[in-house]
Ligand binder design. Structure first.
Ligand code: HEC
Ligand code: HEC
Length: 203
């Protein structure tokens, strides 16, 4: 077991012990939940582990879809499944609104050599990823922002889409079918190197 997974499992146990209560959205539940989220996704939006995604400033409808998918099991992740189990629809809506309004942070990605950046950018262009995620990879209501996301998380989730262990959007799996680990890494590193937005946009 790698160190990362030990860390994730440790925090997961801790987070699962926190109860959100049931019922409709309740300001106290939501405020408590936000505290819980911060343990992994970061008080200031910088996640506790590089394999965890940035959610501060992610697109609202995408966040909400993912919370529903974790809850229904369409997207499988033990940690997040434990987190959303106790949340109501209204709680999830309130959380999605809250996180979409936060400022997307600068990530701690390693600076890339110019050649590597060029190769990543060229591959994304060739595969027309911008056709859905838009030219600066900022996404829209249904498509997630990729620009400035953690490289390690991007690589993990792209690998899971390709291998169909992330099965909540089959089109992404079809697009990535047959790509090598190196190609996925090259795209992830390039996307992570893109700058954060200047100011939180209204979503
Ligand atoms: C114990 C750590 C932990 C806590 C606490 C936690 N998360 Fe997560 N979250 C994760 C991990 C790890 C992933 C990535 C799952 C994967 O790789 O599929 C994730 C994924 C997500 C995603 C998907 C993001 C994307 O880009 O696809 C959203 C949205 C999210 N979390 C929101 C929340 C919210 C809201 C809370 C609080 C209610 C929360 N998380 C609490 C660890 C945590
Ligand atoms: C047909 C439109 C479309 C194309 C083309 C497309 N994507 Fe996506 N992508 C999506 C949608 C929609 C989602 C959200 C899926 C979900 O709801 O889980 C997504 C999700 C993702 C995610 C997950 C982000 C996160 O935060 O977990 C990554 C990474 C990603 N796409 C990268 C790419 C790359 C790289 C390419 C090009 C090889 C690409 N996408 C091409 C529509 C597209």
């Amino acid at each position: 077991m790698s160190k990362r997974y030990v860390l994730a499992a440790g925090i997961g146990t801790l987070a699962c012990a926190v109860s959100f209560g049931a019922g409709s959205a309740n300001a106290d539940n939501v405020a408590d939940a936000i505290q819980t989220c911060a343990a992994c996704h970061g008080e200031d939006g910088i996640p506790a582990d590089k394999t965890f995604p940035i959610v501060h400033g992610q697109n609202r409808a995408y966040i909400l879809n993912q919370l529903h998918d974790f809850k229904s099991g369409r997207r499988k992740n033990e940690i997040m499944a434990g987190i959303v189990a106790e949340l109501t629809n209204s709680d999830m809506q309130a959380l999605a609104r809250h996180f979409a309004k936060q400022q997307w942070p600068a990530n701690a990605s390693e600076p890339q050599p110019a050649d590597a950046k060029k190769a990543g950018a060229a591959l994304l262009e060739q595969l027309n990823c911008g056709g859905c995620h838009h030219d600066k990879y900022t996404g829209d209501t249904q498509r997630p922002r990729l620009a400035g996301q953690n490289a390690e998380y991007l690589l993990k989730t792209l690998t899971e889409f390709r291998d169909k262990t992330r099965g909540n959007f089959i089109t992404m799996s079809a697009i990535l079918n047959g790509l090598t680990d190196e190609e996925l890494k090259s795209m992830s590193d390039y996307l992570a190197s893109l700058p954060p937005p200047v100011a939180a946009a209204a979503k």
